[in-house]
Design a protein around this ligand. Structure first.
Ligand SMILES: Nc1ncnc2c1ncn2[C@@H]1O[C@H](COP(=O)(O)OP(=O)(O)OP(=O)(O)O)[C@@H](O)[C@H]1O
Ligand SMILES: [Mg+2]
Length: 296
């Protein structure tokens, strides 16, 4: 079931078109990542979805409702980039305040703080929290009321690697229970395994959209192959693969994705001369850099 539908969404600031006919959908249980360089339009798109600013063209629907309407607001949770809190109040007080605003029982505050790993710091002033801890207060706030759509603007910025993993586990649970998730991030490697679909924006234009496999197929970037020959076999192995480069203890070359099996067969045929080998497909970082350059 589609929760969020954007159709030809356009936003201008003066002469600058910061979103140019962007269309996308997010379904219940789906995790969609918005990628793009600084200023690509990610936060702008999110603010439009929340009804905080208005579009110059196109449409937005949240489960059939207009952005910013009372129903749409009740369905949606938002974590803004650089969420700021008053330093003098405690995490618990901040959560209670948000719970009251959303018409939810304030006794949920501790449970929410526990969920984001802040149980021990709940009674401390936010002014004493680290950056990652403040980010978690924002996350706890976004969990209030069991939203159908979560809009998270760079939710993992400031989180350490373990916390990032915990955060994505939390997102997996939410998605499994049917929450639709739209998030932005610059940390591409962590998105690879943890999102269902990616949308790449460049200067307000949508330049690619799909699963990692779709983006891979679209970019058709070569695979890199690295072979460790047995002692004294380097030259022979290098000769067996066109364009191969021999360095100290390795022979490396690239091949089009379509030739992968043929290359593996040739490696198997040379098994007596080979100690080990690795094949690397393009990472999301490679794809992103390729797609952005192509768009430019
Ligand atoms: N209120 C505004 N007035 C004028 N221009 C704006 C306004 N808000 C955003 N912009 C411009 O819109 C463009 C998109 O900004 P946006 O904040 O959406 O980028 P972003 O993709 O979120 O970037 P980042 O990765 O740095 O967070 C930028 O060029 C920005 O300067
Ligand atoms: Mg932004």
């Amino acid at each position: 079931m589609t929760i969020l539908t954007l159709s030809k969404l356009t936003k201008r600031y003066g002469d600058a078109c910061v979103l140019d006919e962007v269309s996308l959908t997010v379904s219940a249980g789906e995790r969609v990542a918005l990628l793009g360089h600084n200023g690509a339009g990610k936060s702008t798109l999110m603010k439009l979805v929340l009804g905080l600013i208005h579009a110059d063209g196109g449409t937005i629907e949240l489960a059939g409702h207009a952005p910013g309407s009372a129903v749409a607001r009740a369905l949606t949770a938002y974590l803004p980039e650089n969420a700021a809190f008053h330093p003098a109040i405690t995490g618990r007080e901040q959560l209670r305040y948000y719970l009251r605003l959303r018409g939810q029982p304030v006794k949920q505050a501790d449970e929410l703080l526990e969920k984001v790993g802040l149980a021990d710091a709940a009674g401390r002033r936010i002014g004493t929290y680290s950056k990652g801890m403040r980010q978690r207060v924002g996350l706890a706030q976004a969990l209030i009321g069991g939203p159908r759509l979560m809009v998270l603007d760079e939710p993992t910025s400031g989180l350490d690697p373990v916390s990032r993993r915990e955060f994505y586990t939390l997102l997996d649970e939410l998605a499994a229970s049917g929450t639709a998730i739209l998030l932005s991030s610059h940390a591409l490697s962590e998105l690879e395994a943890r999102t269902d679909r990616m949308v790449i924006l460049s200067k307000g234009k949508q330049v690619a959209q799909g699963t990692l496999a779709d983006l891979r197929a679209d970019a058709a970037l070569p695979l890199s192959v690295s072979i460790t020959p047995k002692a004294g076999q380097g030259e022979r192995i290098a000769e067996a693969f066109s364009g191969a480069i021999q360095s100290e203890d390795r022979v490396t070359f690239t091949c089009p994705p379509a030739d992968k099996l043929a290359v593996l067969e040739r490696i198997a045929a040379q098994r007596d001369q080979i100690a080990d080998f690795d094949v690397h497909a393009a990472t999301l970082d490679d794809l992103y850099s390729h797609i952005s350059k192509r768009a430019a």
